[in-house]
Write a protein that binds this ligand. Structure first.
Ligand SMILES: *Cc1c(COP(=O)(O)O)cnc(C)c1O
Length: 449
């Protein structure tokens, strides 16, 4: 049985977690498998902490999203939100599925171009694009800038004129709709930094149509992340449709409605956001607007495809309380629990632990010198001993991309599994690489006699 906290449903147990994650399975001999690959073999070869990403899961989810759109008779351009997981291998897989990219920096733009995603399939989002980033995107000829303020529109106009080209622009509108998600990942309510206030949208769109170097193509919205119900999407897109009608009534052409990302997944026991419901909402609110639709999913595609493998360094007993299980992964690897109080499933790798029906309550923590370096409190798991390995689930999005080297901890190795195949797609960072680019000025390096 799983642990019961007062007022909460019990945490899902190992069997429930695995049942909801088809690429993971418990083999009676090899232990936990990702697709056809024993995770113990990866940990033996590559060490821990180690990120593992499932190519099959990325493909399956990309296909399910596209199929949901087709089934609703919608022609929707899917632009993967690169910030969720920007590894070249991930981008290659999604590019092969026909996905374009939504980028938020010049670095991400260069990255997706390196992965072979054509500029004509790239949207550039973000509240503060530097001149250099705008110039790069103009040179590359990306398909769309999502502009978030009047000030940015003027700057982009100037850069485009100077470069002798035209920027295709969608205005990102803040619809003032509460996505009902964590406050740090809500982006579409009045008072946060994102987008143009709804009331100012039309006037600015009119001005955009007259600006040199700008071709105003439509509107964009992105209301937040980890959204599980279609209701906030529908509320936002209803406002988007209203804006499109009003713009056209004023004689302003609208070609594009970019509906953003934000579809959520099941980390614990939530009902996962449904692509079919998303498609239904799109069709209902925007289906008859006669615009090209775009979406920008990140988390929904990548999060369930990735896990973080870790080894128990030691068990620290606590008199009269739950023990601390100290892992070799930490908040510098996976920051979400410390940043957002995120719940991540934990599953042991060894066959005897996967079979075990005896559980204990424990706190799972990393070794970093911060109290926030805690992955789980009072989690019921089979009793873990020094040397046992666990997988932290649903770490494929906003996981490795948020890693740092805090506490001089090298970036963890990354491994791709694809059917029975596995490959290291980024080696563990060498310890010396941590300071290899640091210089000590010569006046400090000459020691006094
Ligand atoms: C982060 C982001 C996304 C992706 O959000 P998910 O919740 O990962 O789907 C899409 N569009 C924009 C503009 C973003 O900033």
């Amino acid at each position: 049985m799983s642990g019961v906290r007062p007022g909460f449903a019990p945490d899902p147990g190992v069997a429930e977690l695995l049942a909801a994650r088809p690429f993971l399975s418990a083999d009676p001999v090899a232990g936990l498998l990702a697709e056809g690959v024993p995770l113990n073999a990866i940990a033996d070869e590559a060490g821990t902490p180690a990120w593992v990403i499932s190519a099959g899961t990325l493909r399956a989810r990309a296909r399910r999203l596209k199929a949901a759109m087709s089934a609703a008779d919608l022609d929707v351009a899917a632009h993967y939100a690169v910030k969720a997981n920007d590894h070249q291998a991930v981008l290659h897989i999604l590019a092969a599925e026909g996905f374009g990219a939504d980028v938020v920096s010049g670095g991400e733009l260069a990255r997706v171009r390196a992965a072979g995603i054509p500029a004509a399939k790239v949207i550039f989002s973000g509240v503060g694009k530097t001149d250099a980033e705008m110039d790069l995107a103009l040179r590359e000829g990306i398909s769309q800038f999502n502009v978030e303020s009047a000030e940015e529109l003027d700057i982009l106009s100037g850069r485009a004129v100077a470069a002798g080209c035209e920027a295709r622009v969608a205005l990102r509108i803040n619809p003032d709709v509460d996505a009902g998600t964590h406050e740090k990942i809500t982006t579409g309510v009045a008072g946060n930094k994102f987008g143009i206030p709804f009331e100012e949208a039309l006037a600015l769109y009119r001005r955009a149509h007259g600006l040199a170097g700008i071709r105003a193509v439509g509107f964009a919205m992105h209301i937040g992340s980890q959204i599980l119900s279609p209701a906030p999407f529908r509320a936002a897109w209803a406002r988007l449709a209203m804006l499109i009608r009003e713009a056209r009534a004023q004689g302003l052409a609208v070609e594009v409605a970019d509906c953003g990302g934000g579809l959520g997944i099941s980390y614990r026991d939530e009902t996962e956001g449904s692509p079919e419901a998303l498609a239904g909402a799109l069709r209902r609110e925007l289906g008859d607007c006669g615009v090209r639709l775009a979406i920008e999913p990140g988390r929904w595609i990548a999060a369930p495809a990735g896990i973080l493998l870790s080894t128990v360094i030691l068990r620290k007993a606590v008199a009269g309380g739950a023990p601390f299980i100290v892992l070799d992964a930490a908040m510098n690897d996976l920051a979400r629990p410390s940043l957002y109080d995120a719940w991540h499933g934990l599953v042991p790798l060894a066959p005897h632990l996967l079979r075990s029906s005896v559980t204990e309550g424990a706190h799972l923590v990393g070794p970093v010198c911060e109290t926030g370096d805690t992955f789980a409190r009072d989690r019921r798991l089979p009793a873990l001993a020094r040397g046992d390995r666990v997988a932290l689930l649903d770490a494929g999005a906003y996981g490795s991309v948020m890693s740092s080297t805090y506490n001089s901890r090298p970036l963890a190795v990354q491994v791709l599994v694809d059917g029975d195949r596995r490959a290291v797609i980024r080696p563990r960072q060498a310890t010396e690489a941590l300071w290899a680019e640091e210089y000590v000025p010569e006046w400090l390096s000459s020691r006094p006699e």
